[in-house]
Design a protein around this ligand. Structure first.
Ligand code: GLY
Length: 376
């Protein structure tokens, strides 16, 4: 058994224990006590648990995972039907890893219908006058009405996929326009990224970049950079537009050149490094998946290939060797030292269910050539 496979086996054992523990509820983050906070499918993070279940099912073939995943997808169907906590852009995170994943694995028509319904909900956040997908809040909201955030790039695959499934060009058109807007305004000249950007919602005029979870408005929040790496790579995968691959590569190089000695990034590349500085293991896991995706598109002679490939491998190796719970059989989380928001002290050094998901996706990419559930 390879090193990667051993890590996956450990994740599968823990996930099976968690199915019992969580009893149909969804894990979000731990908050200082190594115990996951649970909810009944009302957070932006609920798809990640479902994605973990599907990955474990695909790796082990064990029906326990499949049953638990199908049960969660049903819950996502109810959430959609009741339009519950869907007034935000994270619909892609929620439904790509739940209903769309079920469609990919089982060709279940009901799951496909749920995923397509979710894509329609996401489409409603398109603001034609501003030319972007509004991240948070209701239309016309004084602060959020004109705001985009870099995380949204991971929501776009649901739109691209819906376009492919339905033949309706509107989904792809919106996804491409939002990718363009993000590329132009969220990516800075030095290949770092803003977390968020504000526009005049009436005419799309650019106002300013800023942050929500980063150290300062002008700093580089590591998870934001990671969302950018993977997000642009996925837009390339769907569109074949080499500009997006180039952008993903530039962002990946910026990240790779700033990984600290022990292989897992701190929470913000500009936060002063002091003893005990918080890390964000989830950023390393997301970036690793993005970098592995990028590497799959590069030719052998590409001058950036080695840097990006090594950074991806080193990140996953470091997560598994030094930041995982492999030596803690009763742990709930798969990787430690994720941070939700260091800025406001919310789960600053904790388990994050998205970090666990991307860690497992990265392992599955390395061990099995699996690609996650973002595209078919
Ligand atoms: N998408 C929210 C976050 O990364 O915290």
């Amino acid at each position: 058994m390879t090193f990667w496979e051993k890590a996956i086996e450990d994740a599968a054992v823990k996930t099976k224990q968690n199915i019992e523990r969580f009893n149909g509820l969804f894990p979000h983050v731990s908050n200082g006590d190594e115990v996951y906070e649970l909810n009944d499918n009302n957070e932006w993070t609920n798809g990640f648990w479902c994605g973990i279940l599907w990955l474990c099912y695909e790796y082990t073939g064990d029906e326990t995972f499949k049953k638990a995943a199908e049960r969660s997808v049903q819950s996502f169907g109810v959430r959609l039907a009741r339009n519950r906590e869907l007034d935000h852009h994270d619909i892609g995170f929620l439904y790509s890893l739940s209903a769309k994943a079920q469609w990919m694995i089982e060709r279940d028509e009901k799951a496909k219908e749920i995923a397509l319904g979710a894509a329609d909900v996401l489409l409603k956040r398109w603001r034609p006058k501003g030319g972007y997908i509004q991240a948070w809040g209701s239309e016309g909201h004084p602060e959020n009405g004109g705001r985009i955030i870099i995380d949204c790039l991971l929501n776009l695959p649901l739109l691209y996929w819906a376009g492919e499934q339905t033949g309706n060009p509107v989904y792809r058109d919106v996804a491409v326009k939002h990718t363009e807007k993000s590329r132009r305004f969220l990516v800075r000249g030095d290949d770092s990224t803003y977390h968020t950007f504000y526009f005049n919602p009436e005419n799309g005029e650019a106002i300013r970049g800023g942050t929500h979870q980063g150290y300062t408005d002008g700093s580089v929040w590591t998870r934001g950079q990671a969302w950018g790496i993977y997000g642009f790579a996925l837009s390339y995968r769907y569109t074949g537009n080499v500009k997006y691959l180039e952008t993903a590569k530039r962002l990946a190089k910026f990240f790779a050149e700033r990984i600290p000695e022990d292989g897992v990034v701190y929470w913000d590349f500009d936060a002063p490094v002091r003893p005990g500085i918080e890390r964000d293991s989830s950023a390393s896991a997301i970036a690793a998946c993005g970098m592995l995706e990028i590497v799959g598109h590069l030719n052998d002679g590409d001058p950036d290939m080695e840097l990006i490939r090594k950074a991806a491998l080193w990140s996953v190796e470091s997560l598994a060797e030094r930041h995982s719970t492999i030596d803690q059989p009763d742990a709930q989380g798969l990787i430690k030292h994720g941070s939700y928001s260091v800025r406001i002290g919310h789960a600053p050094d904790d388990y994050t269910i998205w970090g666990d998901y991307y860690y497992l996706e990265a392992l599955m990419r390395l061990a099995k050539g699996h690609k996650g559930y973002w595209y078919e």
